[in-house]
Design a binder for this molecule. Structure first.
Ligand SMILES: Cc1cc2nc3c(=O)[nH]c(=O)nc-3n(C[C@H](O)[C@H](O)[C@H](O)COP(=O)(O)OP(=O)(O)OC[C@H]3O[C@@H](n4cnc5c(N)ncnc54)[C@H](O)[C@@H]3O)c2cc1C
Length: 383
């Protein structure tokens, strides 16, 4: 087994590290103000980070997915909100269109998304269909040469800013989960779509989540992504890939929590010595470092399997579950290491704590990740 990074992977990792460092202070300020990180995203787009693992033919960087997760592990240390927005463009939308799209769809939708010129969103969740998306109610019927789609999606990251949306809708209600199709919608060409105000969230305050309302939205015939009634497969495949990226974002948040804990532990003195000299602090730091290393390795393995075109759904669920739980735990311990200061907005730890929590919920809760893993175990697979 060779853990050596290629020169290209190293170069992207170093670039992402530099670009994360450059925006660190801005990210903290924007979070406090609850503002959208436009400048950060523009910088990352200009530097080619939006399309890393999308093909060069469609405006991407042509890298492998391991390279993408290496970059996200750096970017998320500075601004998890921006990392998530980029991630939705790149993985939830971009990889799905690249895998299931026709040549025409790839040429139409991917270049702007891969260059970060427009935002894209992924609309699966509904008020009554969260962990169980097969129960979604949004529906689309064929009419004339196209489709008419109606329904309500919620928690849509970037839904109010996006130009393109990937939306799941029932096309054959009698078939239930086997009657769902995936649609790509150009929101700028679809006046029948409206959105609610951004949700007031605990963390990831720079990323905006909204409800999208489709009221008899008229879509052209070529809006279907993948085959008719194969939409759940499309959306779940997109989520498999995205979960590996979410795991990488979580590793980034966890590493930021560890770095801050170490720096603070070295400088804060109590009882006449740095608190990092107390064994109680050192055990916390050591556990954080071990768990983060394991989380990174699970993430790399899942990304590598994806790059080899090998089955990776279970590996993705393991990486997502373990990395997001690890980030949450690292941030929790980090707040404790900083004592009262960990609880103040003047220090970054409370933001890591709030941002880490979302990872245990989005792209399938960690309870659902355990269901996926256990199902594979019971089938006799090892993951
Ligand atoms: C910041 C953020 C961004 C998001 N972005 C998007 C987005 O861009 N697009 C999108 O479509 N969605 C998005 N989501 C929605 C997210 O994917 C859902 O919130 C998530 O899938 C859970 O659905 P729910 O909130 O309806 O919870 P529920 O499904 O109601 O679950 C509630 C609780 O019950 C548990 N539970 C449910 N079923 C089971 C079971 N079978 N076994 C054990 N426990 C179970 C869950 O684990 C959870 O703890 C986002 C969410 C957040 C917080």
């Amino acid at each position: 087994m060779d853990f050596t990074l290629s020169p290209e992977q190293k170069a992207v990792q170093e670039k992402a590290r530099r670009l994360a460092q450059e925006v660190k202070e801005d990210a903290a300020r924007l979070d406090r103000q609850g503002r959208f990180p436009q400048g950060i995203l523009e910088l990352w787009a200009k530097e080619g980070l939006f399309g890393l693992a999308l093909p060069r033919d469609y405006g991407g960087g042509g890298c492998d997915y391991v390279t993408y997760v290496l970059a996200q592990m750096e970017l998320a240390q500075a601004c998890p909100s921006s990392a998530l927005i980029l991630h939705v463009n790149h993985s939830n939308f971009g990889l799905a269109v690249n895998r299931f799209g026709t040549e025409d769809q790839k040429r139409r939708f991917l270049p702007q998304v891969a260059q970060g010129e427009v935002f894209a969103c992924f609309a699966l969740t509904e008020p009554e269909a969260g962990s169980d998306p097969a129960r979604l109610k949004t529906s689309a019927r064929a009419e004339g040469a196209g489709w008419v789609l109606s329904g309500h999606k919620n928690f849509v990251t970037s839904g109010n800013l996006a130009r393109f949306a990937l939306v799941a809708a029932l096309t054959d209600p009698n078939l239930r989960s086997k009657g769902i199709s995936a649609f790509i919608i150009d929101l700028a060409q679809t006046p029948e779509v409206t959105w609610g105000p951004p949700e007031a969230k605990l963390g990831l305050r720079g990323a905006e989540s909204v409800s999208l309302y489709f009221d008899e939205a008229r879509l052209p015939a070529d809006s279907l992504l993948g085959d008719l009634n194969q939409g759940l497969k499309v959306m779940l495949a997109a989520l498999d890939g995205a979960r590996v990226g979410s795991a990488a974002i979580a590793v980034g948040i966890g590493r930021a929590a560890l770095a801050e804990s170490l720096a603070y532990g070295r400088r804060r003195e109590q009882f006449g010595q740095a608190i990092a000299q107390f064994q109680a602090t050192q055990w916390k730091l050591a556990d954080m470092a071990c768990d983060l290393e394991a989380a990174a390795l699970l993430t790399f393995k899942a990304a590598w399997l994806k790059d080899q075109n090998l089955p990776y759904s279970t590996a993705a669920a393991m990486a997502k579950k373990f990395a997001t739980d690890t980030a949450m735990h690292a941030a929790l311990e980090g707040v404790q290491i900083l004592g009262g200061y960990g609880y103040l907005q003047d220090y970054p730890m409370e933001r890591y704590f709030r941002d880490a929590k979302a990872g245990q919920i989005y792209e399938g809760t960690n309870e659902i990740m355990r269901l996926i893993i256990a199902r594979e175990l019971l089938k006799g697979g090892g993951g």
